[in-house]
Design a protein around this ligand. Structure first.
Ligand code: GLV
Ligand code: MG
Length: 325
């Protein structure tokens, strides 16, 4: 290991993160009864300008009055380039800060953006005498944010997670798509003709680089990486495929922009019984190998070594975290 220690963010369960518009209070109770691990009450892009002030009031009331159970509660504030953002923080933290675990900062572009919200929030927390420190979730969804993702990830002790905001990211990159997440038939390669002259189109994942880059920044700074929205809520298979491809490269969770996506995200982001069983077998085999003075052995015809212990521990720890709720 490097001499540089990586401090891990609080181990919060974050397989699913449900987006709920702050302007739709009739949706709050259902969200509170759902199986989402984290809920963010939105003040930003799901709320029209005329509804911003009412949405803020709705959220304050809901945080104070609704029983959200063991869920982690977040608010997505408006961007730092708007005149709403400071009151989103001041009013909600002053009036409902006790039940707020996280603040989600959209379109974060630089480490200084994080510093600015940290400074404001610290003043409000100190003035109101809040004991618990509210954490930060950052949406990486602009070219600037992606360029500075490493500095953003390291910019505050409050940082807990990075989220890939595919919709705004696509817009910021001027990508030729109008869907939210998912695949694009034009991001593909055509194979050379085989012996019969047949060619195949192999679709790729146009977001692979962006998510991978964000995952590196998150993990190098002890934060949780999460994949953002998948807009087609009538396509559960597409959602699961998108979630799996994020999970296998290290994402811990995915957004649900519709209640039907919560169970899908929880399922995909929880290691399966088979995965956990195999991880436990690896740990057992390596413990036996070590007792016999060996650093590497074979299991089911494959090499395992000390790196396998670290891989297996990730899965076993995740399974424990999930069963502890
Ligand atoms: C989320 O905010 C996104 O833009 O995808
Ligand atoms: Mg966005």
């Amino acid at each position: 290991m490097s001499f540089h220690p990586i401090e891990q963010a609080p181990g919060r369960l974050n397989r699913s993160e449900l987006a709920v518009p702050g302007s739709q209070p009739q949706m709050f109770e259902k969200a509170a009864d759902s199986d989402a691990d984290v809920i963010f009450l939105d003040l930003e892009d799901a709320v029209a300008p005329d509804e911003k002030l009412q949405a803020r009031k709705n959220i304050i009331k809901a945080l104070n009055e609704i029983d959200w159970g063991k869920k982690s509660m977040s608010i997505r504030i408006n961007g730092l380039d708007t005149h709403y953002m400071y009151r989103d923080v001041v009013d909600i933290v002053e009036q409902a800060g006790e039940r707020l675990d996280l603040i989600m900062i959209p379109k974060v572009g630089t480490a200084a953006d994080v510093y600015a919200v940290d400074m404001l929030l610290t003043q409000v927390e100190d003035a109101t005498g809040l004991k618990k420190r509210i954490g930060f979730e950052h949406i990486i969804e602009t070219a600037l944010g992606m360029q500075n993702v490493h500095e953003i990830a390291a910019a505050s002790k409050r940082n807990e997670s990075l989220h890939f905001g595919v919709a705004d990211y696509a817009a910021s990159m001027r990508a030729r798509t109008t869907v939210i997440g998912g695949v694009n038939e034009h991001y593909s390669v055509l194979t050379d003709p085989d012996g019969d002259g047949n060619r195949q189109t192999h679709w790729g994942d146009m977001w692979h680089y962006a998510i991978s880059r964000m995952v590196v920044a998150a993990r190098a700074n002890g934060l949780r990486p999460l994949d953002g929205p998948f807009g087609d809520f009538s396509d559960p298979d597409g959602f699961k495929a998108a979630a799996y491809r994020a999970a296998v490269i290290g994402c811990e969770g995915k957004w649900a922009i519709h209640p039907s996506q919560i169970a899908l995200a929880n399922e995909v982001m929880s290691p399966s019984k088979d995965e956990v069983d195999r991880a436990e077998r690896i740990l057992k085999a390596m413990a036996e190998a070590e007792a016999a003075g060996k650093g590497a052995v074979s299991l089911d015809g494959r090499l395992i070594d000390y790196a396998s212990i670290r891989q297996a521990e990730v899965l076993v720890e995740k399974a424990k975290q999930i069963s502890a709720g």
